[in-house]
Design a protein. Sequence first.
Length: 314
Amino acid sequence: MSEIALNVLPVFILIFLGWGVVRIGYLSPSVGDGLGDFVFRIAVPVLLFGTIAQANFQSGSPWLLWVAYFGGVAVTWALGELIATRLFKRDARIGVLAGVSSSFANNIFIGLPLVTRVVGEDGIVALSVLLSVHLPVMMIAGTILMERAERKATGRAGKSVPQVMLDVGRNLIRNPLIIGLSCGALVNISGLPFGGTVKIVTDQITAVAAPAALVSIGMALVKYGVSGNLGLATVTTALKLIVLPAAVFAFSTVVGLSPQWAAALVLTASVPTGVNAWLIANHFNVGHGLASSTITMTTMLGVVSVSAWTYFLM
C-alpha cells in the first residue's frame, strides 16, 4: 500500500494544490488558463513527440489496444445513455452527455502523469498509441450523436455526418497533440537519430509536463462544481470510476494485451472525467450541471478509485 500511496497520492495532491491556490485567491484563474495552454500546446505535445520518436512498438498490436479500450468505452457510454433516458427520463441530448461524461477520461492531464509513475515507459507508449486516435474518435462520436439528439429533441435541422466530420477534422489538423504524435511517428519511421540538443530540450520540457498538467487541471476545477443533476451525476461518476476501467480490463484480458499495456489502459480509464464533457455541453448549450457535477465528483473520488485499481493491477 505504501508504494501505491507514493505513486497515486502525489498526482491528486498536485491537483488539489492547483485548486487550493486559486480557491484562496493566491493566484488568479487566468494563471491556470495560461498554464493549461502551455501544457496543452507545448509540454504534452513535446512529451508525445519524444515518446513516439523513441518508442518500440513490439509490445503489442495497436489494433488490439484500440479494441480493448474503445470496447470498454462503448459499453460504458451505452449504459450511461440508457440510464439517463430510460431510468431518469431525460431527453436524448442529456442521454448523450451522460454517455460522454461516463466514458471520456482525462487521459492527458491526469492519465499521462499517473501512467508515467505507475507503469513507466511501456505504459507511456501504450497511452501514446491510444491518444493517437482517442480525441478524434471521441469528439466525432460525441458530436455526431449530439447533433442527432438535437434534431430529435428540438426538431431543428442539424449538421450532416459529413459536415460534422469535416469540422472536427479541421480542428484536429491544428490540434497540438495530433501534431506532436505525427511528428514523433515520422521520426520513428524514418529512423533518424534522436539525440543531442534536441533530446536534451525535449527531456527538459517533458520533465515539467506532468506536474504542470496536474496543477493546471486543479486550477481549472474551481470553475466547475456540484450544481444539479446530482442523482444522474452520481450514476455517471460510478460508471466512470468503476464500470469503465472494469470493462477495459475485461476487453484487455480477452484480446490478450501485455500486462503493461493493459495496466496503462485500465489506469487511464479509472481517472476522472475530462473537461471535454463540459466543452460538448457548452457547445450545445445543454447539460452544464451534469457535466460540471461529474467532473467535480470524479475528481474528488478519483484518489480512492485510482488507488483501488492500482492495488488490483499490482
